[in-house]
Design a protein around this ligand. Structure first.
Ligand code: BES
Ligand code: ZN
Ligand code: ZN
Length: 497
């Protein structure tokens, strides 16, 4: 999508008119430049109450001699906030038909820059489809959507700058979705690593390092190796470093990157197993966030680690009953090979300590139990620091991506560390509280500052995106498939402190 901003009144292609609930006519300032026939028709629709302008609704006017238009609801003027503007922008793209054409002019007047920015953001985010694997008829191909925003005199500079940021962040969200939607025969650990490597070449301030299978084995990454060794597509770890010449502590992101989760020897049931291609959603969130930051010219230091593996049953796969030694030196009794995300993350979290980060946040499609608890409406959020957890919760709220506080309790830690023969176990004693026991397990692998034995544990948060990374039907920023959730939360957290 191309977006341009200007204070002029001429209309290019289809007119997009955002309206408050209960509008009985088009205000004078919005009427300028409108063809009389179209103006009359819109005013009639509004005065007769045929379009109520409730949030996320739209009405198309096609076939009028005055040109084409789409009315878009913002909801009640008193309640309207940037979330309503973002949703309205997304609703335009969701309901745009071929007949509207690809040239759109959004008419605003007296609207704050931030609100117009959010509307554009919604349009950008929703303008996504994954059709790389579809043969397309040349005749069916549409041109890129070209949007013109008309604002008030004097707003154009600020709005153009904000649009540029939203476009950069949306490119990160779209990258995350592309990675998540990619079929698992093409998205395997080394394919992800190669893509990261190629991607980094376009930015002078970004470096990508790949720890391959051999190196992971030699380094003692027993968690990553155990999960990935059963697949012909070997595991690897990918490290992204941005602005590494900057001194001081920085944010650190860690992502679960299981490019396909069969469950391993503890094989999953067949129904919907195809969805397990999204089990690398955490790594996609991390990669997408790096793209959002890099493309918007972020100047601060940020490091990210993705733990890539394919969880397959085979003659050299790990077994329930195995005991593995992780990078931390701690051992894990494997009781279920389907609880594999926590194993690869155990090495990723421990490795993160080497960078002496300000904080660590991990993203993982970790448990079905989290989907049972929160559905597709909110990400589960755990932290060893209450204030930090609140900061992330608030960053999510600011961008309309809900992350719900969940308890990190000593009882769950006890449950995950009472193996008879190892330091930890990868399965809780029962099936209750499965998302909490998983979080409590991860905490065992968050290092103390400088790895000091009795030191303070690094500030850490865990985000279980099993329910929010895909299948989120109420997420109006996306049509279907991977959502690209939390790229925007992270961009907000990292750039707004
Ligand atoms: N990738 C799954 C979690 C998952 C399930 C994500 C459903 C999205 C939808 C994870 O590796 C897994 O299989 N977890 C098990 C853990 C259990 C064996 C303790 C689960 O949730 O059933
Ligand atoms: Zn699993
Ligand atoms: Zn998994």
């Amino acid at each position: 999508m191309k977006v341009s901003v200007s204070p002029g009144h001429n209309i290019n292609g289809t007119l997009i008119l955002p309206l408050f609930e209960g509008s009985e006519g088009v205000s004078d300032s919005l009427q300028e430049g409108l063809h009389t026939a179209l103006k009359g028709q819109i005013n009639r629709i509004l005065s007769e109450g045929d379009f109520k302008a409730k949030v996320k609704t739209s009405m198309s006017i096609i076939g009028s001699e005055g040109g084409k238009a789409m009315l878009v609801g913002l909801g009640k003027e008193d309640d309207v906030d940037i979330h309503a503007y973002r949703k309205a922008g997304a609703a335009v793209i969701a309901s745009r038909k071929k007949a509207h054409g690809t040239d759109l002019t959004v008419r605003f007047s007296g609207t704050p820059v931030e609100s117009m920015g959010a509307f554009i953001e919604g349009m950008l985010l929703r303008d996504y489809s994954y059709d790389h694997y579809k043969m397309q008829d040349e005749d069916d191909k549409e041109a890129e959507i070209d949007v013109r925003i008309t604002c008030d005199e004097g707003q154009e500079g600020e709005l153009a700058a904000l649009t540029k940021i939203h476009a950069g962040v949306a490119s990160g969200v779209h990258l995350s979705r592309d990675l998540g939607n990619c079929p698992p025969n093409d998205m395997y650990p080394e394919a992800f690593a190669d893509q990261a490597w190629e991607w980094a070449k376009q930015y002078d301030n970004v470096e990508v390092t790949i720890i391959n299978y051999d190196q992971a084995q030699k380094a003692g990454m027993g968690g990553l190796v155990a999960v990935g060794m059963g697949s012909a597509r070997k595991p690897c770890m990918v490290i992204f470093e941005m602005n590494s010449d900057q001194s001081g502590r920085c944010p650190m992101l860690v992502g679960k990157g299981i490019t396909f989760d069969t469950g391993g020897i503890s094989l999953k049931p067949g129904a919907n197993m195809d969805e397990m291609k999204y089990d690398m959603g955490g790594s996609a969130t991390v990669f997408g966030t790096m793209q959002a930051l890099a493309s918007t010219g972020h100047k601060g230091k940020v490091v990210a680690i993705t733990c890539m593996a394919e969880n397959m049953p085979s003659s050299n796969a790990q077994r329930p009953g195995d005991v593995i030694t992780t990078l931390s030196g701690k051992t894990i009794e494997i009781l279920n090979t389907d609880a594999e995300g926590r194993l690869v993350l155990s090495d990723g979290l421990w490795k993160a300590g080497e960078f002496d980060p300000e904080y660590i946040i991990d993203f993982a499609t970790l448990t079905g139990a989290c989907v049972v608890a929160l559905g597709h409406e909110a990400t589960g959020l755990w932290s060893n620091d209450d204030d930090f957890r609140t900061r992330i919760h608030e960053a999510g709220n600011a961008v309309g991506e809900l992350a719900w506080p969940m308890p990190l309790l000593p009882a769950f830690e006890k449950e995950m560390t009472n193996s008879k023969i190892a330091d930890t176990r990868n399965l809780g004693a029962g099936r209750y509280g499965g998302a909490n026991t998983a979080a409590a397990f991860l905490k065992q692998f968050v290092p103390n500052r400088n790895y000091e034995k009795d030191g303070e544990q690094i500030t850490w948060a865990h985000m279980d995106i099993a329910g929010t990374y895909w299948g989120a039907k109420t997420n109006s920023m996306v049509g279907n498939g991977a959502t690209g959730i939390h790229v925007r939360t992270m961009y907000h957290l990292i750039t707004n402190g």
